[in-house]
Design a protein around this ligand. Structure first.
Ligand SMILES: C[S@@+](CC[C@H](N)C(=O)[O-])C[C@H]1O[C@@H](n2cnc3c(N)ncnc32)[C@H](O)[C@@H]1O
Ligand SMILES: *[C@@H]1O[C@H](CO)[C@@H](O)[C@H](O)[C@H]1NC(C)=O
Ligand SMILES: *[C@@H]1O[C@H](CO)[C@@H](O)[C@H](O)[C@H]1NC(C)=O
Length: 373
């Protein structure tokens, strides 16, 4: 880096304000490029034009109950709402979580990364995926689980996702992993899939179908494209039986998770089960795996917890990220509105931890279901 540049900028008196800003930007750029913070800043907003990020944040927030929005509107406009959310949040997710955007059942002594991979292997094992089979990942993010499951089971996985920015990232990462010949991405809505019926040997969804405006509509599409006799397995985000809709505290937590995670309305576990049966599936087994997890799934986000290996997810790490984003936004390396995004993501973290501790919410309601012959 050219160290005289900030000095030169400081000296050009007439342009002092903007020059200071630029010089500072150079310094920040230099310091941050190593930590991935520059990727966080440059990816922020996804496919949204940088100058429209703030407007998009405002529109996004207005959909939510936390800001006076209403559920019917969120459901009617789910495509716009969810895509805005992922355009805004994806670079934060990648910065904090890596390539897999989900929680995990975790044993004592297991690192977060290990538990995330095992959680993915668990799905592949439950589905009994065989080498060469054609598998569908519904709501695949940037493809972390897809790559892991494809390598673990030597199968061909297609990632279905309605967010263009995530697919662009996913394709890059598939190429780097060398699996771009056998695995691909399709940009489409999981409520209307562009596949003929009976196309896949196995289908899974990880923390994604919660974005569907209605579970039945989504499961019915999955049922249609799955081959008869084959299975669908998922980790669903749900409110548990302990959730009391009359309890104001419970409702507040639910709204925080909805605004923080781009969800129209978090369903109860029983609602998902009903929708599966209604769609025609035979449910083989189902369980809230959060109940079996020796290490609570929300621990990485809990403010009383500290970890170096998942530092960016901890309360201290998030506090640093929040301030970093503030600086990046100030020097215009991150678009206007970036701080607001880190704001609603912080709300999500709080809602998730509170919901997890009270056991009114789970991100891992698991089911294995079969389409009859
Ligand atoms: C929390 S992320 C999980 C991503 C991935 N399963 C993982 O574990 O890394 C939810 C994903 O669902 C996708 N999604 C949400 N609504 C969708 C829809 N209607 N059609 C297709 N994908 C959708 C989002 O774009 C996002 O990639
Ligand atoms: C929802 O979509 C409709 C039709 O596309 C649009 O008129 C309305 O403004 C949208 N609502 C919000 C809150 O953006
Ligand atoms: C993986 O599958 C491919 C094609 O289905 C096959 O050629 C290859 O030998 C398999 N590799 C392993 C390790 O099973």
């Amino acid at each position: 880096m050219d160290t005289t540049k900030p000095v030169r900028c400081l000296l050009s008196y007439s342009l002092l304000d903007s020059a200071l800003c630029l010089a500072f930007a150079d310094l920040v750029r230099c310091i941050m490029s190593k930590s991935g913070a520059m990727d966080l800043a440059s990816g922020l907003g996804g496919k949204i034009d940088k100058s429209d990020v703030l407007t998009a944040v405002e529109k996004y927030e207005n959909y939510h109950g936390f800001h006076g929005g209403d559920e019917e509107e969120r459901k009617a406009n789910y495509t716009d709402m969810v895509n805005k959310y992922y355009d805004l949040a994806t670079s934060f997710y990648e910065y904090g979580w890596g390539e897999s955007f989900h929680f995990a059942h975790r044993w004592n002594g297991e690192s977060l990364r290990e538990s995330i991979k095992r959680h993915e292997h668990f799905l592949a094992l439950q589905l009994g995926i065989k080498p060469g089979q054609k598998v569908l990942d519904v709501g695949c993010g940037i493809g972390g689980p897809l790559r892991e499951i494809a390598r673990f089971s030597n199968s061909s996985v297609t990632g279905l996702n309605n967010n263009e920015y995530q697919i662009t990232r996913g394709k890059e990462l598939n190429r780097l992993a060398g699996i771009d010949k056998t695995c691909d991405f399709v940009k489409a809505d999981f409520m209307k899939m562009p596949f003929p019926e009976n196309s896949f040997d196995a289908i899974y969804a990880i923390e994604a179908t919660c974005h569907a405006p209605d579970a039945y509509g989504c499961y019915k599409e999955i049922y249609r494209v799955l081959k008869p006799g084959q299975c669908f397995a998922a980790f669903e985000w749900c409110m548990t039986d302990a959730f009391d809709p009359e309890n104001a505290q419970h409702q507040k937590i639910k709204l925080e998770i909805e605004v923080g995670d781009g969800l129209p309305d978090i369903r109860r576990t029983t609602k998902c089960l009903e929708a599966l049966n209604q769609a025609g599936f035979e449910v083989i087994w189902e369980k809230d795996l959060a109940k079996d997890s020796p290490v609570p799934w929300y621990l990485p986000l809990d403010k009383n917890h500290f970890s170096l290996s998942s530092f960016r997810l901890t309360a201290v790490g998030r506090f640093i990220t929040k301030n970093l984003v503030k600086v990046l936004e100030y020097v215009r390396l991150a678009p206007q509105g970036s701080q607001r995004v880190s704001g609603f993501l912080e709300k999500a973290a709080e809602g998730l931890v509170d919901g997890g501790k009270r056991e009114i919410f789970t991100p891992m309601y698991f089911f294995l279901a079969r389409k009859p012959e």
